[in-house]
Design a protein around this ligand. Sequence first.
Ligand SMILES: *Cc1c(COP(=O)(O)O)cnc(C)c1O
Length: 224
Amino acid sequence: MTIKDNLLKIKSQLPEHVTLVAVSKTKPNDAILEAFYAGHKIFGENKAQELIAKQPELPGDIKWHYIGHLQSNKAKYLAPFVDLVHSLDRKKIIKELNKEAKKNNRIIKGLLQFHIAEESSKFGLSLDEAVEILKDDGLKNYPNINIAGVMGMATFTDDEDQIRKEFKQLKSVFDTLKTDFFADKESFKEISMGMSNDYQIAIEEGSTMVRIGSSIFGPRNTSK
Ligand SMILES: *Cc1c(COP(=O)(O)O)cnc(C)c1O
């Protein structure tokens, strides 16, 4: 199977309301171009350094999604071009990204990342922390960030019930925030959940955006 075959097969299986982010981390530009010329425009990277190096060499109409933990000193490099940052996991990064978006005269879309997995290694907010940021019209402080939904990563396990439980938890966080803070904001609509090994479960549990790497591009050599 080629990258193109993998891509088209996955696309044909996704419901229409689900957006595919092709996760190209560790993969060379020619692999990305193969997917691009097969008609795909949305790519995800999880290392700022890697994305900064790749972006200028690839077509300008690619929509780049940043899906990794973002250090605040890297926000300025992504702000000129990034389309959606999935990993707003603390107030400090929202503040920093807002500042850099403003400098670039842009409004950057972002997702609040929640910690839903059992593994403590994974990043993300708790519901309480998110409420702390959002309460009292807190987003007014960040006019150049458009919060478009939530993101989460399930535990890396074969236990389907565990994964399903965690995705249900993220869906419930989304519903709570929607009701309490975004009821009149149509743009708050994305639930980014599901990777190669669990995206089918994620879609059953309400995902609107799946982030798929190895099932499109093949296995990666590094652990990340
Ligand atoms: C690597 C990565 C993915 C894609 O993982 P695959 O298992 O290769 O599909 C999705 N989301 C995030 C945050 C990642 O870092």
